[in-house]
Design a protein around this ligand. Structure first.
Ligand code: HEC
Ligand code: HEC
Length: 328
């Protein structure tokens, strides 16, 4: 009797070992997988490059992550001396599982890549060497964007002056180093909605401009889809200071008392030529929201964002936007 049980246990143990080993091999060898790297080429006419510049700076805000930031100034404006040079680091201090580094997007790094390889990295999250990208790079949203937007952005990246800046590779800690391989997915592109359909257009912009990523509460590493745009996500600013994303739903504790005009004005403030970003000392209110970059969005875009936010279910979530020196 004891012998039989031992055999069964041994059998089960072997099955378990094989399943774990198989799972490990699958995750490390077969994944990431998100379809073939597409063969395509961008149309690098001045019109497409200019549209790509506008999108990369002011809507998708690629440049705010892939350039240095002026940390001493309010809202950390992008340092104009090195657009796309890469090197920004996010790590455990920001609540991340490891050290995540934004690569150089100028031809110094991407010069040898094909347009299809750049496109695949942006929309499927798989780098040229087959590495899965950590989704701080918003590829899950970009894989649902309009291909034309991405192609124009690539045309712009190609036009940047090469900036010699070797950037170290991202290093994720275990188990994220394995889990990250399961995140890239085959893109499911959409069509940019017609601006006359304000709500649909605003929803598209809220996704590709990462508003959703910062403003939808994250619980245990997942977005709480039942409380979309209810805010409250903490962003450490150093020195123990913490800023939290605002509630953008039309609730009393959100934007209920805002108007379309006050919403647009909140952005426009930073594009006013008379506005000077004040220097901010540790312990004073600062934010990670790239106000400066978004402030150049068109009236039609800001108005569509407002129209979209108004359609959200109101969610009660009073947010203390800032606390100094380690307070939660
Ligand atoms: C919130 C910050 C953020 C935004 C916004 C962002 N990126 Fe990234 N991006 C990153 C990070 C971080 C990585 C590296 C991820 C990793 O190594 O796992 C990355 C990786 C990439 C890569 C892969 C390069 C390589 O060497 O593998 C490309 C290409 C890229 N981003 C382009 C873009 C473009 C184009 C946009 C705008 C459409 C954009 N990114 C917006 C943070 C961002
Ligand atoms: C990198 C994260 C991040 C991104 C991306 C982001 N926000 Fe924010 N947002 C914040 C944080 C943090 C605050 C609170 C501090 C402040 O007012 O700047 C905030 C505040 C706001 C406020 C002010 C609300 C209030 O009650 O004062 C509005 C409006 C807003 N965001 C809209 C947007 C929209 C629209 C987008 C996309 C176009 C967006 N945000 C993208 C982080 C972000």
């Amino acid at each position: 009797m004891g012998k039989i049980i031992r055999r069964i246990l041994l059998g089960l143990f072997i099955v378990l070992v094989l399943a774990v080993a198989g799972g490990y091999l699958y995750i490390t060898r077969a994944l990431p997988s998100a379809g073939e790297t597409p063969t395509l080429s961008v149309d690098a006419t001045p019109g497409h490059i200019e549209r790509g510049r506008y999108l990369a700076h002011h809507v998708y805000a690629c440049m705010s992550c892939h350039s240095d930031q002026q940390h001493q100034l309010f809202a950390h404006p992008t340092d104009p001396s090195g657009f796309g040079k890469g090197g920004r680091v996010w790590d455990e201090k920001d609540g991340l599982p490891g050290k995540v580094v934004a690569p150089n997007l100028t031809p110094f790094h991407l010069g040898e890549w094909t347009d299809g390889e750049i496109f695949h990295a942006i929309t499927a999250g798989i780098s040229r060497d087959g590495r899965a990208l950590f989704p701080l790079m918003p590829y899950p949203a970009y894989g649902k964007a309009d291909k034309e937007d991405i192609l124009d952005i690539i045309a712009y990246l190609r036009s940047l002056p090469p900036i010699p800046n070797e950037v170290p590779l991202t290093e994720l800690s275990f188990p994220m180093s394995l889990i990250v391989n399961m995140i890239p997915k085959q893109p499911a592109f959409s069509q940019r909605p017609d601006p006359s359909d304000k709500v649909a257009f605003g929803g598209y912009l809220a996704a590709v401009a990462s508003c959703n990523d910062c403003h939808t509460p994250m619980v245990k590493g997942r977005y709480d889809e039942t409380r979309r745009f209810a805010g409250g996500n903490p962003f450490p600013l150093g020195h123990g200071d913490v800023v939290r994303s605002a509630n953008l739903t039309p609730h009393e504790s959100g934007l209920k008392h805002w108007t379309e005009a006050s919403f647009i004005a909140a952005f426009r403030k930073y594009s006013d030529s008379a506005y000077v970003h004040p220097e901010i000392a540790p312990g004073e209110f600062n934010t990670v929201m790239p106000w400066n970059e978004y402030s150049a969005m068109s009236d039609a875009e800001l108005s569509a964002l407002w129209a979209y936010l108004q359609t959200l279910p109101p969610v009660e979530n009073p947010v203390q936007k800032f606390s100094a020196g380690g307070g939660q």
